[in-house]
Unconditional design. Sequence first.
Length: 734
Amino acid sequence: MAEELSGVIEGTVFRNEENGYSVLEMKAGRKSVMVVGLLPAFAPGEKVRFEGEWTEHPQYGRQWKAVGCHVDPPSTLKGLERFLGSGLIRGMGPDTARRVVETFGEGAMEALQKGPEALVKVHGIGKKKARMICDSFREQYSLRQAMIFLQGYDVAPGLALKIAKRYGERTRDLLEQNPYRLVDDMEGVGFTTADRIALTIGLPEDSPFRYAAAIKYILQTASLVSGHTYLPRVTLLRDAADALRCAPGDLEESLKALVLERQIVLSDVEGETACMLESFYFAEKEVAQRLTRLLKAARGVRQTESAAGKSLESVETETGIHLSPRQREAVIAAVSEGILVITGGPGTGKTTIINLILHLAGKNVLLAAPTGRAAKRMSEATGRPAKTIHRLLEYSGEDGHFQRDEENPLDCSCLVVDEMSMVDLFLMRSLLRALRPGTRLILVGDADQLPSVGAGNVLGDILKSGVLPTVRLTEVYRQAGQSMIVLNAHAINHGQMPWLNKKGSDFFFEKKPQLEDACAAITALCRTRLPAYLGSDHPVQDIQVLSPAKKGVCGVISLNRSLQEALNPPAAWKKELQKGETLFRMGDKVIHIHNDYSLAWRNDDSGEEGEGVFNGDMGMICGVDPTEKTVTVVFDDGRKADYDSATLEELELAYALSVHKSQGSEFPCVVMPVVGGPPMLLTRNLFYTALTRARKLVVLVGREECIRQMVLNDHVARRYTALETRLREAAAGV
């Protein structure tokens, strides 16, 4: 239980108005003490009881770290006058405060709460000034009361400040009526937090508000954690009932109410009743309708197959490239159909096909991919500029609004999108909104890779629907066939063990049965052995460790610590900054883990400036300021961004990555621990995705039995999505 420290506020040394972090000087008995924490604003002379504990700051010495507070109103007229004239209230200086107290005495606070009508009775205060004073008083008073109310229910001070700013003087009334509104209204507040507040306040466990919030929470969590866009009705009620510790039947009425309010939509998907949040239902429906409309519109401007064939023959002669029948089919379909999906594994010629399509499609073609690395690789392979989808659509604003949409579509006759397996439902919708009718659309991806991190299974559903023209590439071509990475990837995809340590190979296995030995071997490989083998001058960039797991001796977190010490050890000239459990050091390899539409960046080489850094962007730390607590990162594409204490939460070390985070990227060398773990993680398609990230070399470290387990584990967790159904409905005119 937190201790208490009481005293009188003497002044505010520092205050951050954005997050409420304050450094206060307080008189506690005969001593002056420093109080720090996320707190409401205080005026000199106020009596406050702070909950918290003593801490020792390395620079500023002993101080009280507050986690909560209770304010006692001024008990004397002099104290009241000092509080009102402290500058905390706009328009109220010491002289005005004296006249207010002279007029109303101990009822001064009540007069301010009543409004400007009462305040104009004070000599020298007109209507305009009275309104300003009362508005400011209510704002400060309600903010403080709301924070104190919320902290009484164990709400963290930072979150309490956000909630108080959102609801103001209505905070207490609104939350006592329905605390679960926080889940809908406040980013970062989940059902668990709202439920704790609700039960503490005394809301009944069988409250309709609680039942409705739990149902929506289960659907939201299913999308965030597992990528589902819906849940079967039986599954939803069962999971919500488990969370609430009640019977599924108890939730029937709440589900019906949510459907009537159109917060949840019920529909038939593959013979079962699907429960969807309204946003997902309309997003899948819109994507299906836009794709089918695009398909019909493109047919009006397509070439005939014979004309496309003749054009292709001319390009083959010009480039000296000779296609297989399947590749020819893909190129001709891309031009004659106007919309096409091309899918295939490594070495099946997807890049060759894209290049020939570009020759035939002319100059007014745009290229895009979900990540910066994928766009860069696409540009290198085609010799044409490629952008991330976010940059192509010209994102801006804190909410990630895209400038390119129906009102301002992309100026192109053809758009080619690579790495489609990574594109989630809502990004696909934004992309389609920015295409004019008649624009040729080519979607390229590997259907056997892991699906998108975000909700939906866009590429998989498009392929299963059979609605859009599709070419599947299966033949591995001669040059690619010389790579054991390519051959082993296809072998694994067919449930066959890879060839290990074949002479002259680019695919190696190092046996290390013990976890600690495997971790040490991976560190040694990255530090000395592989840089020498590859002849690499940039081993940190060229070698990427990918792990199936986040935790454990060979998980991402542990490996990052080991590799940081091995590849970027501390030095006197390398400045450092600790953020939570992560130490950031000058020269560290890092990855941005959330879409941040408002984070500013600059490119010193091109002079470009803009906003927006996205999930998966990788770079190196090129600057650290421990005093200002900032870190500067230069990304692979040359952009630089500055991170402060708040945005540093969006940055992680990237010497080791999860396989999911590596999607869309390609590295010269991939090192992967194969040491066992939960079967749900060690799957064939995760293994396949990891190996296909490597361009020149793959090294597996661990146990051969673990490799066999992954190859045989063809279980793919079902992702509940309805785009396949919506596409068929749209194609049939339903």
